[in-house]
Design a protein. Structure first.
Length: 311
């Protein structure tokens, strides 16, 4: 049976049902269509053909389609506003490996599903060709807004991920770690204001999954199940505040020593360490001897009954 004949058959059933139940088949209301589909359950493909048949007849008659297009599968629940997305971004780590790499990817995901309202499948299918990076950042032709706070800036969330995803995708671990170095970070400066020169366009997929070591799995996009669990977790407030910038060493008793005094202290420390190693070796040897003695005491006793068994 051809698809055309199937559509005609489905329309004939719908029309007959409407007549029998006192409803208008043309034009039909969305409620009538949904009640018809409830009365005649079927597979997804069969229901799709029934909707297609009803829509085609209305189109041919110049009437608006009564088919309600089901909403796309959205993962961002509740109000989808820039403020909501910013609130989620502020507590996501942006530096250190692996938390910074995972955090940057998750922040990128939050922008995709929170601001752009992409479905899970649409988010994991994002490729470099859909992104424009310049004075303005765009995804799918839509402008990604910036604000005064770099920690919550949506455009910065995008460029931070693009800055590391290429090297991570290509397996350049040293370069990736350098970009995540928290001691060289300054969250008071916008990332989106600097050119993204890193090789992000070489990543065939942008929303990548990470392995148990915190590195990207090449060409393996984030699963829909992971997206489902990541987004609510990232929207949950924990009070996290990231500590970045140059770190100074804590003061110690060695700070006031001269070079000669320092060498003397180091020499004395080496003597103490050597003595500790020697003592450790003695303790281990004694423990070994004690173990052998215990083994001798626990040797099985000779049993005459066992030897006579079976004679």
């Amino acid at each position: 049976m051809t698809e055309t004949s199937q559509l005609e058959r489905h329309w004939a059933r719908f029309e007959a049902w409407c007549t029998a139940s006192g409803r208008d088949a043309l034009p039909a209301t969305p409620e009538t269509v949904e009640q018809f589909l409830e009365c005649f359950p079927g597979s997804k493909s069969q229901q799709r053909l029934r909707r297609q048949a009803i829509a085609a007849q209305h189109l041919a008659a110049g009437e608006p389609s009564p088919i309600i297009v089901p909403p796309a599968d959205r993962v961002w629940t509740g109000e989808a506003s820039v403020a909501d997305v910013e609130q989620a971004l502020v507590e996501i780590p942006k530096y250190r490996h692996p938390v910074g790499l995972r955090g940057r990817r998750d922040a990128f995901l939050v922008v995709l599903v929170g601001l752009l309202q992409l479905s899970r499948q649409e988010a994991r299918s994002i490729t470099p060709g859909l992104i424009e990076v310049g004075s303005i950042v765009k995804i799918h032709g839509r402008v990604i807004p910036s604000n005064d706070d770099p920690a919550t800036c949506l455009a910065c969330a995008v460029t931070r991920w693009l800055r590391v995803v290429g090297n991570a995708y290509l397996g350049h671990q040293h370069e990736t770690r350098a970009l995540l170095d928290s001691t060289k970070a300054d969250l008071s400066e916008h990332d989106c204001g600097r050119p993204v020169t890193e090789p992000w366009r070489r990543a065939a997929k942008l929303l990548l999954s990470l392995d148990s070591y915190g590195w990207t799995r090449t060409d393996v996009p984030l699963s829909t199940r992971s997206i489902t669990s990541i987004v609510p977790a990232r929207r949950s407030s924990s009070g996290f505040v990231e500590d970045v910038g140059p770190h100074t060493r804590k003061p110690s008793r060695f700070d006031a020593l001269s070079a000669a005094e320092t060498y003397k202290e180091v020499g004395e420390l080496e003597v103490r360490v050597a003595a500790a190693f020697a003592r450790s070796a003695e303790v281990l040897a004694e423990a070994h001897r004690l173990g052998l003695a215990i083994d001798d005491l626990l040797a099985p006793m000779h049993d005459d009954d066992e030897d006579d068994e079976g004679v």
